[in-house]
Ligand binder design. Structure first.
Ligand SMILES: [Zn+2]
Ligand SMILES: [Zn+2]
Length: 230
């Protein structure tokens, strides 16, 4: 496959060379460990055996804007390195790996199958100019479900840098940060939307986007991210 050859042939974690994959088999064994249960509200890993749709106490008290959230992995080493490379290192091809790995998770495959439309969290125009690609859009496309709509949702302004902000600050910054293209509205009205992002940290961005989509007539929102900050 052409995209495989385009990637570095060194294990991202232990630097073993050559490696057939982004991670060598030993590192894959060590780091690709899934949380058996995640809260369907905030996607945080939950201990023990849960009910069919487990919810943590915080999400039971304050239900999120979406119906269900899914995450493939916790945002820890080496996935955090990989995602930084993907985001900032000009390695858009890593989206194909991410999608390939995520689709092995039956819950994620089911969420994609059940959605009417896949919508990536958009970047601002400024970010898009800097980076040249939107990693969430590449991920949505890499699922190859042909349900993605990349231009429904847009950023209204260049939101303030988010790192270090509290959730409340982020929510304030993000109020009205998204808008729906009127001409694209029919893609979401009455539809079950799966919002796609690379990382969920506080969930504030996804919350703001969910509110915008619900206001524009989406029937139900689900959320899917590659990694969840534990
Ligand atoms: Zn390795
Ligand atoms: Zn939760």
């Amino acid at each position: 496959m052409k995209w495989l050859r385009a990637l570095p042939s060194q294990c991202l974690a232990c630097h073993a060379w050559p490696s057939q994959d982004v991670l060598c088999p030993d590192c894959w064994q060590r780091f690709a460990t899934h949380a058996p249960f995640r809260c369907t509200g905030c996607a945080l890993a939950l201990p023990g055996v849960g009910p069919e749709r487990p919810r943590c106490g915080a999400c039971l008290r304050h239900p999120p804007a979406w119906h269900e959230a899914h995450a493939w992995m916790d945002y820890h080493y080496p996935w955090n390195n990989l995602i930084s490379r993907w985001k900032f290192g000009q390695q858009p091809a890593l989206a194909r790996y991410a999608a390939h790995w995520m689709l092995q998770d039956a819950r994620i495959q089911a969420a994609i199958d059940a959605a009417d439309v896949l919508i990536p969290i958009p970047l601002s125009k400024e970010r898009m100019r800097e980076r040249g690609y939107n990693q969430a859009a590449l991920l949505a496309q890499a699922f190859k479900s042909h349900k993605h709509q990349l231009h429904c949702l847009a950023r209204t302004h260049h939101a303030m840098a988010q790192s270090g902000s509290t959730r409340a600050q982020r929510l304030r910054n993000l109020r009205n940060a998204f808008t729906i293209d009127t001409a694209q509205r029919h893609h979401i009205q009455g539809k079950k939307v799966l919002l796609i992002d690379d990382v969920m940290t506080t969930g504030a961005t996804l919350t703001a986007a969910s509110h915008c989509l619900l206001q524009a007539g989406a029937r139900q929102i689900h959320v899917l991210c590659m990694a969840r900050t534990p």
